[in-house]
Structures are given as C-alpha cells and as structure tokens.
Ligand binder design. Structure first.
Ligand code: NCD
Ligand code: ZN
Length: 345
C-alpha cells in the first residue's frame, strides 16, 4: 500500500493554549483535522459560556488565512464546584459548546480550580443529563495515597461507576484511557459511555519514560502504563467498536518547562497526529480500521455530522523536526529527530 485516502478526521481532545502559544500550535492541528474538542484548562480556566465564546473567537482569529474555512473549534466548559445548572442551559443554547470537562482538583496541568467533591456538582450534572450535554472526564483520582499508576482504575471504582448509576442518561467521554481496566469498563458500559485514546498511549509504554535516562518529553498524564495496557488500547482502537475514538491530548509545554526539576505533564503530538496513529494502526495490521476510529466514531458520539472532505496519507519516510517555535520558546514534538513512514499529503 503506497497511500490511503479517507474521510477528514477530527481530534476529540486537544489543548490549544492561548495568545502567542495558540498561534504557534493551532496551524499544526488545523492542517490535519476538520474539528477539535478544545480543552478549557487555561489560566484562568474557561468556566462560563462568555469565556468559551471569547476563547472561540481568539482561536478563529489565530487561524492562518489558508486554513480559515477549514477548521472548526468545538468548545468546552471547565466544571468547578460552583458551576450552575443555568450555565449548562446557556452552554447548550450557545450551539458551540459540546461538552463540560471534569478535572478532579489537582489531577493535572491547570486543574487547581477543578472539582473537589463530585457531590457538589450533582445539580449541574443533572442539568447536563437533561440537556444532552456530554461530560468529559479526566479519569484519575488525586489522593496522595493512591499509586500514580493506579489512579485511573481507582477513579473508575470510586467516582465513575457510581456517577453512571446516579446519572444513567448522562453521556460521558472517558478521556485518554490508558489501562485495560478502563477499556474493559467502557466496553461493558451503556451506549452513553465512550472513550478517547491518544497516539502516544498506542505507541509507547512506561519504559519510554526511563529509556537510558529520564525522558521528560515522554511524561504526560495519565502517565504511560505497562506494555499489557498498551496492547489492550491498540486492540480497542482497532476493534471497530464505536465507543473508542481519536483524541490526541496534544499538550504543548515549552522545552524549559518540560526539562525542569519539576517538569510539566504533556506530550505534543499535533505536528504529526494522524501519521502517529497510522503508524500504530499499521503495526497492528489494521490500517483499514483507522478511518472509523479517526473520522466516524467521535462525530457519531457527539451527534455531529461526519465530515465529507477527505485526506490522503502517503507511504513516505520523513524525519520529524527536532523542535518547533513556541512563542519565542522551543517546543519538542513526539518523535523529534526520528523517522515516520506516513506523511499527510
Ligand atoms: C494536559 C495539559 O498539559 O494541559 N497534560 C497532559 O499530560 N495530558 C492536561 C491533561 O489533559 O491532563
Ligand atoms: Zn488533556
């Protein structure tokens, strides 16, 4: 096979940042994807409809002229202990807000304003259930006594399973699943429960963090897991099961903030997202399953039309740049300086 053409994909989990950083990373995504679910973990977080609309306008204004008509940002709200049900109704009415993100307080980058106790959000979650606005979850508990590699599994048992029981009609995306436990849970759950899977969790296991020394550019949250989990993620992504779809979680941080005594969590993959997924799918002998995962399942779950345009990947070896400009700083991409065998035309 020397090239594949398929329906234009969407990215159902993306960090675009703001200001000059937004201008630096947005073209990478807009070149690859028709739409993206944009995460709200800015500083300050995007907690109101008004803030989401303003952020959306900044994203559209940051699009290079050539990509102006070809990319649509799908906005999200950041759930806090104080988000009101009335804000949910306004969000639904806006027509441009497609989900509300739950970050357990302290779970990851810019999550200090996150939810401290899910019970505080019950009225708001009920409004989301009633208004058919999906909840997007960062599925990790933050308790210091829970091992960092177990935080996803413990989240399922303590938070997610009871939440689904209480709100059976609430649609939920379990974001960036990383474990067999999460895959099995989602597969067995109702049709209202789906999951995104990143390219880096399909390509790397936790050894990548310690390969010959500590590798800050392979540190993200949820942290990479054992090989057994990677295999199950790859099986889920290539299974054709519509509950699993593409979400890069591309999360840019400057080289200085990554290569630091307390380095930030996040892996930047937007520069070659679809090529990285193609690499993983090809390794699994399942390139024919890429289109549904990248271009159909997410749109269907979000109840949005599938894209009608298409993209082509050709089999051609190229070397990922060592770095990109990031608002005057450097951004180190996944696979920096390494070859990829698929290239977006
Ligand atoms: C994300 C970020 O940097 O915003 N980091 C990450 O490691 N994935 C936040 C997140 O999605 O957890
Ligand atoms: Zn994320």
């Amino acid at each position: 096979m020397t090239s594949i053409t398929f329906t234009h994909p969407d990215d159902w989990h993306l960090h675009l940042r703001d200001g000059e950083q937004l201008r630096a990373v947005l073209p990478h995504t807009a070149k690859q994807f028709a739409r993206a679910i944009v995460m709200p973990n800015l500083r300050p977080p995007v907690v109101t409809v008004e803030m989401a609309l303003a952020y959306r306008a900044r994203i559209l204004a940051a699009l290079p002229a050539a990509l102006q008509s070809g990319f649509e940002p799908l906005m999200t709200l950041y759930l806090t202990d104080n988000t009101l049900p009335s804000e949910i109704i306004r969000a639904k009415e806006s027509g441009v807000i497609h989900g509300v993100k739950l970050y357990p307080a302290g779970a990851t980058t810019n999550s200090d304003a996150g939810v401290t106790d899910i019970a505080k959000c019950y009225a708001t979650l009920a409004a989301m259930e009633q208004n058919n606005l999906p909840l997007l979850v960062h599925g990790e508990v933050t308790d210091a006594d829970v091992d960092v590699f177990d935080r996803e599994k413990v989240f399922i048992d303590r938070i997610l399973a009871p939440l689904i029981q209480r709100f059976p009609d609430l649609r939920i995306v379990f974001e960036h699943v990383t474990t067999r436990d999460a895959v099995q849970f989602v597969a067995a759950a109702s049709r209202h429960i789906a999951a995104t899977i990143t390219a880096h969790h399909l390509l790397l296991n936790r050894n990548a963090i310690f390969q010959g020394g500590i590798r800050p550019h392979h540190y993200c949250l949820p942290v990479l897991k054992r090989e057994i989990h990677r295999k199950v993620l790859l099986e889920a992504a290539t299974s054709g099961n519509p509950k699993f779809f593409l979400g890069t979680d591309s999360a840019p941080h400057s080289q200085m903030n990554k290569e630091n005594v307390c380095g930030c969590a996040g892996i930047f993959t937007a520069h070659a997202a679809i090529e990285l997924y193609a690499t993983a799918f090809e390794q699994a002998g399942a390139l024919n399953k890429l289109e549904a995962f990248a271009s159909f399942h997410g749109a269907d779950f979000y109840q949005l039309p599938r894209n009608t345009s298409s993209i082509t990947l050709k089999k051609e070896s190229w070397v990922v740049p060592e770095q990109f400009d990031f608002a005057g700083e450097q951004l180190i991409p996944l696979y920096a300086g390494n070859p990829l065998n698929w290239k977006l035309v």
